[in-house]
Design a protein around this ligand. Structure first.
Ligand code: ZN
Length: 249
């Protein structure tokens, strides 16, 4: 646990020395009741930025989110209880929000069962999440996709993570925007926008293509990509059936 700004500087240096390429801090530690001070976070940001590393903060209360933003962090994780004034502050300081949301079924149900919530409580919370995402969009806060799948949902983690696309769409965010959260915005957030999330010369060739209209039929076709390229190698090519995966079948 950090006890002072000096302690914070040391912790960042130590992590960077061990090879960390991003610093994640707990501005607050909800549901546990402790928080870093703004001075400690300023020291963290200064040290991390000095090494060219970004800082992102787990933060849920408006007070600790504001403190983290004013301390200079690059992103806020979760932000479950953020209010409109704090969203405006984030937009002003160009700080990303990573809303680790979930669609109510089946992830939400599994999650809340573990926490002993009733369906009513779970649905109420889901409405809070949807409202804050709409509000963030309205205020032009930059959004990055984040799954936060850290407990056992009795399904493969990849499947659980894909549920987050649906969670964002529950709030009325159109599919093309949600895909940008997971591609170009995420690339920008980690400082890799020349290589990731874009189609252009010298970028990583990671591409998926679909038959149909994702904007209209996202759920029906999202899991059935017709064309997948990873690092320039064709893995799936349903059109010619000559991709690696297809030929292995
Ligand atoms: Zn977190």
């Amino acid at each position: 646990m950090i006890k002072s700004p000096d302690d914070a500087r040391f912790a960042v240096r130590e992590h960077i020395n061990y090879g960390a390429d991003l610093i994640k801090i707990c501005a607050d530690n909800s549901p546990n009741n402790t928080a870093l001070t703004r001075e400690e976070m300023q020291a963290i940001v200064e040290m991390a930025h000095g090494f060219g590393k970004k800082v992102t903060a787990h933060a849920n209360s408006p007070a600790s989110i504001s403190n983290a933003v004013l301390a200079g962090v690059d992103g806020i994780e979760h932000g479950y209880r953020i209010d409109d004034a704090t969203l405006a502050l984030m937009a002003k300081h160009n700080v990303y929000l990573v809303p680790t949301d979930y669609h109510v079924a089946p992830i939400g149900i599994a999650y809340h069962k573990k926490g002993g919530w009733t369906d009513e409580q779970a649905n109420g919370f889901k409405k809070v999440l949807n409202n804050r995402l709409r509000s963030a969009e309205k205020q032009n806060v930059k959004i990055v996709f984040g799954s936060d799948i850290y407990i056992d949902f009795e399904m493969p983690r990849g499947d659980a993570a894909k549920n987050v696309f649906k969670a964002y769409m529950d709030a009325g965010i159109p599919p093309h925007k949600v895909l940008q959260y997971a591609t170009i915005n995420a690339a920008d957030f980690i400082g890799a926008k020349d290589k990731l999330g874009v189609l252009k010369p010298n970028a990583f060739a990671d591409i998926v293509a679909y038959k149909g209209d994702l904007e209209k039929d996202f759920e029906a076709i999202f899991n059935k990509a017709d064309f997948v390229v990873k690092h320039g190698k064709i893995l799936v090519n349903e059109a010619t059936n000559s991709g690696e995966t297809a030929s292995k079948k």
